[in-house]
Design a protein around this ligand. Sequence first.
Ligand SMILES: *[C@@H]1O[C@H](CO)[C@@H](O)[C@H](O)[C@H]1NC(C)=O
Ligand SMILES: *[C@@H]1O[C@H](CO)[C@@H](O)[C@H](O)[C@H]1NC(C)=O
Ligand SMILES: *[C@@H]1O[C@H](CO)[C@@H](O)[C@H](O)[C@H]1NC(C)=O
Ligand SMILES: *[C@@H]1O[C@H](CO)[C@@H](O)[C@H](O)[C@H]1NC(C)=O
Ligand SMILES: *[C@@H]1O[C@H](CO)[C@@H](O)[C@H](O)[C@H]1NC(C)=O
Ligand SMILES: *[C@@H]1O[C@H](CO)[C@@H](O)[C@H](O)[C@H]1NC(C)=O
Ligand SMILES: *[C@@H]1O[C@H](CO)[C@@H](O)[C@H](O)[C@H]1NC(C)=O
Ligand SMILES: *[C@@H]1O[C@H](CO)[C@@H](O)[C@H](O)[C@H]1NC(C)=O
Ligand SMILES: *[C@@H]1O[C@H](CO)[C@@H](O)[C@H](O)[C@H]1NC(C)=O
Length: 427
Amino acid sequence: MGVPVCLILFLHFLQPTLYDESDPCHTYTVLNDTWRATTNLDRSVTRCDSDVQWQGWYRMFHQEASVLIPNVCVPDKRCGTDVPLWLNGSHPRPEDGIVTREVCGHWLDGCCDFKPPPIQMKACPGNYTVYKLVDPLTCSLAYCADVTTATIPAAVTNPAPTTPSGRHTTQGIFYPFGSAAGDTFSSRILDGSSPIIPLLRPLPFFGRMYQQIFVNHHGHITFNQSLSQYVTHEFPANSTMDIIAPFWTDLDNRESGNISYQQYTSGDALQTATQDISSYFPNVTFTASWVFVATWDRVAYYPNTGTENTFQVVLISDSKLAFILMNYGDIAPTPVYQVQIGYDTISSTLYGSLRTCYPNNSIDIVNLKTSSNVNVQGRWAFLTTLQSTSFSCTNTSGLPEPQPGELSIPFIYFRHLYEMVPFGPTS
Ligand SMILES: *[C@@H]1O[C@H](CO)[C@@H](O)[C@H](O)[C@H]1NC(C)=O
Ligand SMILES: *[C@@H]1O[C@H](CO)[C@@H](O)[C@H](O)[C@H]1NC(C)=O
Ligand SMILES: *[C@@H]1O[C@H](CO)[C@@H](O)[C@H](O)[C@H]1NC(C)=O
Ligand SMILES: *[C@@H]1O[C@H](CO)[C@@H](O)[C@H](O)[C@H]1NC(C)=O
Ligand SMILES: *[C@@H]1O[C@H](CO)[C@@H](O)[C@H](O)[C@H]1NC(C)=O
Ligand SMILES: *[C@@H]1O[C@H](CO)[C@@H](O)[C@H](O)[C@H]1NC(C)=O
Ligand SMILES: *[C@@H]1O[C@H](CO)[C@@H](O)[C@H](O)[C@H]1NC(C)=O
Ligand SMILES: *[C@@H]1O[C@H](CO)[C@@H](O)[C@H](O)[C@H]1NC(C)=O
Ligand SMILES: *[C@@H]1O[C@H](CO)[C@@H](O)[C@H](O)[C@H]1NC(C)=O
């Protein structure tokens, strides 16, 4: 964890085994001829791709930016040639794998007057595409580079794992999970969710009662329908659904990491939950009759980055009151994605957002496992009744630190002292 990011990246380059050498996303040739630009009208030299010894896979660049071969008809006599080549078909998405597209050459009135052999292509993690270019068989035809698709290459999308894989990183604050606890495991589907989970007891949530729940892979829980969305909403989102977001971001459990869940109506989980809630909310007389545990164990950021994020959400209810616990283990910094933590209700009548507590999204979130609103490192606890107050963060540095067992105001977050600011209902 304490290792500087530059060192982590350096070590990563020394471990080429992390890459699959046969994957064209990692073994391509750069094709960066400026004359291929769709904006190029200069034909003082008429280029012909039949003169090129094509071999293997290519990634197109225009100046410093990654670009695509156009998939719309290019005006003729562009791209430094007589017959500019474009692809008749959609750009693939990463999950499509290798696809084949028809190649068209625009000559005079016909956008597809020339039909050279089709080519294979693949969209790669990191938002670029590689092409298996082949001899178009005739002169003068040349593949175009669509300058309108320019994307600056992401610096690094593959930070090394922050903990050695295979080592358990969870702490005592986690409720039992995984196969040892007899959990149900969710699928390894990108943007996936659990199937509908009928609840053994109704769950009161900010004035509504739910009989079912979905554990969504992108780090949130919803009730009436699953949610595949990986782009976060800023809470209050004023949306049409209730949501609990222990760690809403772009996660990917296809290759590693486990998402699992279970509900309890008897046993140790109920006793632990009763003790936890009684100590965090001493004003409330509470005996848990139902506990739901969902755990994301060492799940990576998209796309299969080898990063590991471990967190858990525990819903605890006696069918009249319900509480949310969020538990955090190791969380990796993310150079790319926003993270939302909290909960939100239909039309945001009540919400809680920790987003403004971590102004630097890319690095501050690693401190989740040492922060708390109940003085238990890595744990957050919330009551879900209409008497709850909405909150977000305000820096009230200088307030005394909370004592163990005290209620949630003020609290320590990311090593700073904050105060929960009641906003009251928004409507
Ligand atoms: C293309 O890439 C090569 C190798 O990185 C570089 O030397 C060259 O300057 C680039 N050409 C253009 C036009 O960007
Ligand atoms: C592109 O391909 C589709 C389907 O094969 C075909 O119907 C269409 O005519 C093609 N477009 C051009 C410009 O040839
Ligand atoms: C991916 O690249 C396309 C253009 O090539 C761009 O429109 C899009 O915003 C990029 N997406 C991301 C997530 O960077
Ligand atoms: C959820 O679904 C139930 C059953 O279909 C319905 O009665 C309830 O109104 C729905 N709640 C929301 C908030 O949409
Ligand atoms: C919330 O959404 C509703 C419906 O779209 C809209 O009428 C209302 O003004 C919104 N409220 C806020 C606070 O944005
Ligand atoms: C996921 O769970 C399975 C079954 O318990 C286990 O064999 C595997 O090691 C777990 N993977 C990770 C990354 O924890
Ligand atoms: C808890 O009880 C104390 C003492 O009766 C009271 O001052 C405080 O406002 C109560 N807090 C809540 C959240 O009800
Ligand atoms: C966030 O932290 C990173 C790494 O220290 C730094 O490069 C970046 O400038 C910071 N961003 C902001 C908005 O402070
Ligand atoms: C909170 O305020 C203190 C004192 O003004 C400051 O040192 C600290 O950096 C602030 N924290 C944040 C997260 O802004």
